[in-house]
Design a protein around this ligand. Structure first.
Ligand code: BGC
Length: 770
């Protein structure tokens, strides 16, 4: 393979590019570099480029945002942050939208398109996807994260990584880990239990690393339990590389590396943007604060990355198909829309319905979020534009302005007049751009009060109101939803949101989005609110694993709309649900889905696992599988899911490992976390892990342990036979004993308790030594 090999980017498979230096022996490796050159590779050349070693044939390729399209800054070499000035690129729906598609294959298509745009623009790595958990809907970056559920986030966003990388371009899975808020994001220490990290904050990263090997990972700004991610050896090396087998490089978030030596030792390959302190690495390597092997590993990772990108970066006249990518953005937008309400089947509208379109969002769409992901679209088609293009007549009234200023009576009057003189009102409401962005968290879940006042006025004039929402993260709907017969949650839909909405509203496509985020009745119901957004430099993740529906469903909290929910114009029936044990700790689930209506549509079959009695507090149920099925009117299909051991496990802090307890588990099949259609029970063997018994184990734990139980029985028999002291045999003693560490037995039997403790420990030592 030579630098000029014009490996067709479109045909490139990830495998073609994973070989690194092994497949490209003619390229230099670390052994060919000076100490200074190796040090240089571990920092950028400028804000958006790697630092090459040009005289040795290592180019300084460009890497840039991401994540829902390419943001290639026009002033790339200045290092200045100018978020509004970038080359045109297709603006796909940000993750808040795409996540609602529950369609990983669609994410692959979006990824492929983004990869092709990177090839044209000579960008070696696109900085995304971001798969942090939406811990609290107020989080400023929820619009570019996927879900409150790690299984969903990982199994959808993996498509972006596969798609981009199939074009010979890298991704940067970010922000590893626990960037769940913007407040104090560069300094805050997220105090998280090992269990919550493993069950909630890691799995999306873990799945994507194992399934798709992203070429790069970007560490987060924040600290986790007192250690900045860039300097966290446990995070970047022990977990990411040694446990999960990550083969790529880790880069810092922009400005997240505060100590280059410590970071490099922790496993950070690349500091971005450069602080121009490569000499620190050189000195540290000379005086032994960095071991030569570690510097070689980090620098070789950078060389491998460059080598993987070479074929795609060597294509000089590649041009992507702008219209085809706009079409991908269009379909992605259609599947991002979630229909929350459709009373009286108000939707879809007939093509000749007399419609009033009210709300500035219909004319000036809010189609992406603010901050580093802000891109310049290749096209922009709002809803009003689409109506005009399709020759659909409608009365438009802006209704309100985006500015934070009092409502104008004239705008209200105009909107009410439009509502009165038409049969149906499409009322576009939502969060103005200034209300949510990277860089700050929202303070309220509400949309501006003047928009709700407008809804009241319009609904009083015409009862046929359909609200179309534009927002990057959940907004409260409970206070006003009774005023609308229909509600479409359209998130941020990217550049083709107008045609996508028109398709759904006029029934050319059935809505098929499902919520990737619960919509609570009130933000004060959210389990994280007591610890949001932290204080004095730290935030306690006190809710543990009970994030989102894991909390609402376990503790029976009403929600406005549950996780996984979304309506369609079609109706579906799920039948023949069969749950069978397929191994000691695995199961298989199958179900038949039928479109019982006369319109085409898609349903998302969701599989949740509900553990039985457990040694730790477990959520009532957790998503462990899903599949979106597209069915024509009347059509049927069968879906199947293999649930592996992990689907039943929790992270045990005792074993410092995943643990499946023996016992019964209910496997549920449904269409939202609150709409379980059928379920089956499997009795699993358990993984056999047992905690060693000690003097601090309780009498009850001794009785529950297979080895301990025999020794206890023997001890009690000897007590009855008079060869050992005998414990009093009363109900209250039995109650006390259950929770009594055995070293406290003198509390129960003052004269012989010590002898009994010694007997148990001696016998256990003998039994376990064998
Ligand atoms: C953001 C990253 C982004 C980087 C480069 C940072 O502020 O957190 O997501 O990729 O800037 O723009």
């Amino acid at each position: 393979m030579s630098e000029n090999t014009n490996a067709a980017a479109n045909a490139a498979s990830p495998d073609t590019f994973t070989a690194g230096t092994a497949a490209t022996p003619s390229y230099p490796g670390v052994k060919d570099l000076t100490l200074e050159e190796k040090a240089g590779l571990t920092s950028g050349g400028d804000a958006w480029h790697l630092q090459g070693v040009e005289n040795k044939g290592i180019p300084g390729y460009m890497i840039t945002d991401g994540p829902h399209g390419l943001r290639k800054s026009l002033a790339t070499d200045t290092g200045d942050t100018n978020l509004d000035d970038s080359v045109p690129a297709t603006c796909f729906p940000p993750a808040a939208g795409l996540a609602s598609s529950w369609n990983p294959a669609l994410a692959v298509r979006v990824g492929e398109a983004m990869g092709e745009e990177c090839v044209q623009e000579k960008v070696a790595v696109i900085l995304g996807p971001g798969v942090n958990i939406k811990r609290n809907p107020l989080g400023g970056r929820c619009f570019e994260y996927w879900s409150e559920d790690p299984y969903l986030a990982g199994h959808e966003a993996v498509g972006i990584v596969e798609g981009v990388q199939s074009k010979g371009v890298g991704t940067s899975l970010k922000h590893f880990a626990a960037n769940n808020q913007e407040t104090d994001r560069l300094r805050i220490s997220a105090r998280i239990s090992p269990r919550a990290l493993r069950e909630i904050y890691f799995p999306a990263f873990e799945h994507i690393v194992k399934a798709a090997q992203p070429w790069t990972i970007m560490c987060s700004y924040n600290q986790i339990n007192g250690v900045h991610s860039a300097q966290n050896h446990w995070l970047l090396t022990d977990v990411l590389r040694d446990e999960w087998g990550f083969k790529g490089i880790v880069m810092s978030d922009w400005g997240a590396d505060h100590d280059r030596v410590a970071s490099l030792n922790a496993g950070l390959n690349l500091e971005m943007p450069p602080s121009f302190t490569d000499d620190e690495i050189v000195y540290a390597a000379r005086d032994g604060r960095i071991q030569p092997a570690q510097l070689d590993r980090m620098a070789q990772g950078m060389i491998d990355l460059v080598n993987k990108a070479r074929p795609a970066m060597s294509q000089n006249d590649y041009r992507y198909d702008v219209d085809a990518h706009d079409e991908v953005a269009h379909q992605a937008a259609v599947e991002s829309i979630v229909m929350l309400k459709n009373d009286d089947a108000i939707l879809p509208l007939a093509a000749d319905a007399k419609v009033a379109v009210i709300g500035e969002f219909a004319r000036t769409p809010r189609y992406q979020g603010g901050g580093s992901s802000h891109i310049t679209p290749t096209k922009m088609t709002g809803f009003l534009d689409t109506l005009a293009q399709r020759g659909i007549d409608a009365t438009f009234a802006p209704g309100f302005t985006f500015a934070d200023e009092p409502q104008s009576q004239a705008l209200t009057d105009e909107a009410v007049a439009a509502a009165k003189s038409n049969d149906v009102v499409l009322l576009f409401l939502g969060l103005p751009e200034a209300a949510e962005s990277e860089g700050f968290d929202r303070e309220s879940l509400d949309i501006p009060a003047k928009q709700i006042a407008l809804l009241e006025a319009v609904a009083a004039a015409n009862e046929n109101v359909v609200v179309v929402l534009s927002n990057g993260s959940v907004v409260s709907v409970a206070p006003w939803r009774d005023r609308a017969k229909g509600i479409l949650e359209s998130w941020l839909l990217g550049q083709a949101g107008g045609p996508a909405l028109a398709d759904v509203i006029f029934g050319e496509q059935s809505p098929s989005g499902k919520l990737a985020q619960s919509i609570p009745m009130s933000i004060f119901d959210d389990p994280t609110m007591m610890n949001w957004p932290g204080e004095e430099g730290h935030v306690d993740y006190g809710e543990g694993v009970f994030v989102g529906y894991r909390y609402y469903d376990t503790y029976d909290k009403p929600v406005a709309y549950p996780f996984g929910y979304g309506l369609s114009y079609a109706t579906f029936a799920i039948a023949d649900v069969a749950v069978t044990k397929s191994g000691a700790n695995t199961a298989h689930v199958s179900a038949t889905v039928t479109n019982t209506s006369d319109v085409d549509g898609a349903e998302v079959v969701q599989v949740y696992v509900a553990p039985g009695k457990a040694d730790v507090a477990r959520p009532r149920h957790e998503l462990k599988g899903f599949e979106k099925v597209f069915l024509k009117a009347g059509e049927s299909t069968t879906v199947g899911f293999d649930l592996d051991e992990r689907a039943f496990a929790y992270w045990s802090e005792t074993f410092d490992d995943w643990h499946v307890e023996a016992g019964e588990y209910t496997v549920e099949v449904g269409v939202s976390s609150r709409d379980i259609v059928a379920s089956g029970v499997v009795a699993l063997d358990g993984d056999g892990k047992a905690k060693p018994l000690t003097e601090w184990s309780t009498y009850g734990e001794w009785q529950d342990d297979p080895v301990g139980a025999k020794i206890v029985a023997d001890m009690e028999a000897r007590g009855r036979a008079g060869t050992l002291p005998r414990l009093p045999d009363t109900d209250i003693v039995r109650v006390f004993l259950k929770t009594l560490p055995i070293n406290s037995m003198p509390m129960i039997k003052s004269d012989g308790g010590k002898e009994l403790t010694a007997f148990l420990l001696d016998e256990y030592a003998k039994a376990t030594a064998r």
